[in-house]
Design a protein around this ligand. Structure first.
Ligand SMILES: [Zn+2]
Length: 352
């Protein structure tokens, strides 16, 4: 959903964007690459950091783009023209979603380089790339049905989408270097601190460089859209919204003037304002859900219109269902709603 308070943020680079296959220098040794995506969200930002590992000069890449030939061709162009003739030494991935990890195996294989990611996201990516767990198929359809999505046509399409993740992430590197909260990575002349964030992916890693005053936020803080926070079928009783809100509250400890490099949208300043906006956004959604459930018991599917206020296609509906359950679970697990499994097999939530 678009950010109604976007004017509180500042975009220091204005409307400048890197050209396809090109780069835009953010600071010495820090370059911005932008790749297309085959979704409604049509681009992802990737970052190049001048590095040196074991005495070899080169570059670290943060995030990869989806696995397709167009993105590979653009990477080849970046390698030929924008690495100052140096190799890629390391691929860092913020989290396991296809737009971030898709080409990691290709990049790591091509450069025979290090692959850094959290252990949780590494293992989930390996599992999901080799199977259908949590990414569509029968279990996802059953999960959505238990939350009131009973339209047979949609359920049939979700059941059929069983190879969704592997189609975008056909392989994951077989070895990794583990990133954990609080780790410091020496990248070139600067220290970057890993900040683990929860609720969007199992163990998302953002990178903060105090020396440059820069935060590579990944998907945890985006300027325009609110980060997807979903309950998925593999962990149906999770409380990702609580985890997410706790994680972004931690970001308030970073300096207010930090330049935020998000995975989608443009680099911006105004981190504290953005965290406040996201907190407000979810507080309002929680209030709406609580009010609706106070009038009658509600399931997740019937709250979609209230929460999203627009028509959704199937892809958007699956994300929206995950978000709707996330808000219901947050209230239920906080003791503000009670949950009942009705005779029709659907969970309904009502006031306590
Ligand atoms: Zn993501």
């Amino acid at each position: 959903m678009a950010n109604p308070r976007e004017s509180e943020l500042h975009y220091p680079l204005g409307d400048a964007l890197p050209a396809p296959g090109g780069v835009l220098e953010i600071a010495p040794g820090l370059r911005w690459v932008r790749m297309g995506l085959p979704f409604a969200l049509d681009h992802i930002n990737l970052w190049l950091l001048r590095d040196e590992i074991d005495g070899r000069p080169g570059w670290s890449i943060v995030d990869c783009g989806v696995a397709n030939e167009a993105t590979q061709a653009l990477w080849e162009q970046v390698f030929a023209e924008h690495l100052d003739g140096l190799p890629v030494l390391r691929v860092i991935v913020t989290h396991f979603h296809p737009d971030h990890i898709g080409l990691a195996a290709w990049l790591v294989d091509k450069w025979q380089c290090r692959f850094s990611i959290s252990a949780t996201d590494f293992n989930l990516a390996r599992l999901a790339s080799g199977s259908t767990v949590g990414m569509g198929g029968q279990t996802a359809a059953a999960f959505f049905a238990s939350h009131g999505l009973t339209d047979e046509d949609s359920l049939a399409k979700i059941r059929a989408r069983s190879s969704y993740y592997p189609s975008m992430v056909p392989a994951v590197p077989s070895r990794f270097h583990r990133l954990m909260n609080g780790n410091t990575l020496r990248i070139g002349e600067h220290d970057w601190v890993c900040i683990a964030g929860y609720g969007h992916a199992p163990e998302h890693i953002s990178l903060h460089c105090p020396g440059l005053g820069v935060l590579i936020s990944g998907d945890m803080v985006l300027p325009r859209i609110s980060t997807n926070v979903s309950v998925v079928d593999v962990e149906p009783e999770a409380d990702p919204l609580k985890l997410y809100l706790n994680s972004i509250a931690e970001m308030l400890k970073l300096p207010g003037e930090t330049l935020v490099l998000p995975s989608h949208g443009k680099p911006f300043t105004g981190l504290h304002a953005r965290v406040d906006q996201l907190q407000e956004h979810h507080r309002e959604r929680l209030d709406d859900v609580l009010a609706a459930c106070a009038t009658k018991p509600c399931h997740a599917a019937e709250l979609l219109e209230l929460l999203f206020k627009r028509k959704l296609d199937l892809h958007q509906t699956t994300f929206a269902m995950g978000e709707s359950v996330a808000h219901l679970n947050a209230l239920w697990l906080a003791g503000q709603l009670k949950r009942k499994l009705d005779a029709d097999g659907i969970y309904r939530f009502s006031a306590v």
